[in-house]
Design a protein around this ligand. Structure first.
Ligand SMILES: Cc1cc2nc3c(=O)[nH]c(=O)nc-3n(C[C@H](O)[C@H](O)[C@H](O)COP(=O)(O)OP(=O)(O)OC[C@H]3O[C@@H](n4cnc5c(N)ncnc54)[C@H](O)[C@@H]3O)c2cc1C
Length: 343
């Protein structure tokens, strides 16, 4: 598999490119009848205003289709967010046939994941399972239920830009890059710069073509934990450390659901980078965890107070640092560092 022009051309892994016809059949207007669409309980389906499905066959064509109008259009990949929300678009641009499904490793060791790659494939793929301890694969396997996982794509997941996007914190600790295209140009930028505001991306009408995991992060000790609320994560924390000859050469701490957008804790990371592992005590870990929690800006709502969320952020960061440092000859934190997810 290689990167050709805008597209990632790869072997068929058994998951794609997929047809959008099944989903389209649920939302397409009843042509000629002039009646509102209704669901099985007779309620009017607001998505009836969608008049057209355009199937793009290349990334550039997808962008051109979206830009050509008339009216309000939207890309659709897995459709798991778009279909339930039915935001009344005039047309949809199906991007499942543009050649962005699949993933592979380049000669330099970078891993390229096409934007329309389903989370179910990421979960099982050997390249992802072998990258940075396989934490991204593990999290993809925890995401949603089986049917959603088979439909939902990594591109849709990131472009939806929910503050608790489950995969965002671990991707931040891996220094993931977003590969963005339009009709004439290509751009790559750090995922950390992809979310300017809640539920917003920097894309505009451009297309997210894929996500790149840089080869430098392939051996990073990455771990993630979350505290669950009733329907979504209350707190997400991910930690990634590179240790070379007993020195922490790279430290990454990232939070999700703890600020308007997923974020890296730069102040806390600075406390660790360049330190000898033998100099890191449990007190140092506790201090770094406090700093990381202090960099969060959580909401205070009916699901949990901001104080509770920050306490959880501190505790999860502490556990994750214990775990990652413990693998590199760091301090013994007892059993704490190996505890599972907070319920
Ligand atoms: C039942 C259900 C369960 C869910 N569970 C979870 C969960 O456990 N954890 C979690 O974090 N999230 C969850 N979500 C939300 C989740 O982020 C999305 O459902 C899913 O990842 C979106 O992927 P998709 O391919 O289906 O996107 P789509 O629905 O196809 O698109 C979502 C949005 O992204 C845009 N888009 C898609 N691909 C691109 C692209 N390549 N370039 C530019 N724009 C693009 C679309 O225009 C649309 O605005 C859930 C949603 C549902 C409906």
């Amino acid at each position: 598999m290689g990167v050709v022009g805008h597209g990632i051309v790869g072997p068929d892994f058994g998951c794609g490119p997929r047809s959008f016809v099944t989903l389209w059949n649920k939302i397409r207007p009843q042509q000629g009848k002039g009646k509102p669409m209704r669901d099985s309980e007779g309620c009017e389906i607001k998505g009836q205003s969608i008049k057209e499905l355009r199937v793009a066959t290349s990334p550039a064509e997808a962008v051109a289709m979206l830009r050509s109008g008339p009216g309000r259009g939207c890309y659709v990949a897995g459709g798991t967010d778009l279909i339930p929300s039915r935001e009344g678009y005039d047309f949809l641009v199906d991007i499942n046939q543009v050649g962005l499904t699949g993933l592979d490793r380049t000669a330099q060791g970078d891993v390229i994941i096409g934007a329309t790659t389903p989370l179910s494939l990421i979960r099982h793929h050997d390249v992802i399972r072998g990258f940075a301890g396989g934490e991204l694969a593990r999290l993809a396997g925890q995401w949603g239920q089986g049917p959603e996982r088979s439909a939902a794509t990594i591109g849709g997941h990131l472009c939806r830009a929910l503050p608790p996007a489950d995969l965002a914190p671990v991707l931040l600790t891996l220094d993931a890059l977003c590969f963005i295209v339009d009709e004439e140009s290509q751009e790559s930028l750090l995922l950390a710069d992809f979310f300017p505001a809640p539920e917003r991306t920097i894309l505009g009408d451009r297309l997210l073509a894929g996500v790149v995991l840089p080869g430098e992060a392939a051996s990073r000790r990455c771990h993630a934990l979350e505290a669950k609320g009733e329907d979504a994560a209350l707190v997400q924390v991910a930690v990634g450390l590179d240790v070379s000859e007993g020195v922490i050469t790279t430290a990454r701490i990232a939070l999700g659901a703890l600020a308007p957008v997923p974020l890296r804790c730069l102040l806390a990371e600075d406390q660790l980078a360049g330190q000898k592992v033998v100099d890191i005590t449990r007190d140092v870990i506790e201090d770094v965890a406090v700093i990381a929690a202090g960099e969060s800006d959580p909401v205070d709502d009916h699901r949990a107070s901001a104080g509770y969320r920050q306490d959880q952020a501190r505790e999860l960061t502490r556990r994750l640092l214990c775990r990652a440092l413990g693998e590199s000859g760091g301090p013994d934190c007892g059993d704490d560092g190996d505890e599972g997810e907070v319920a």
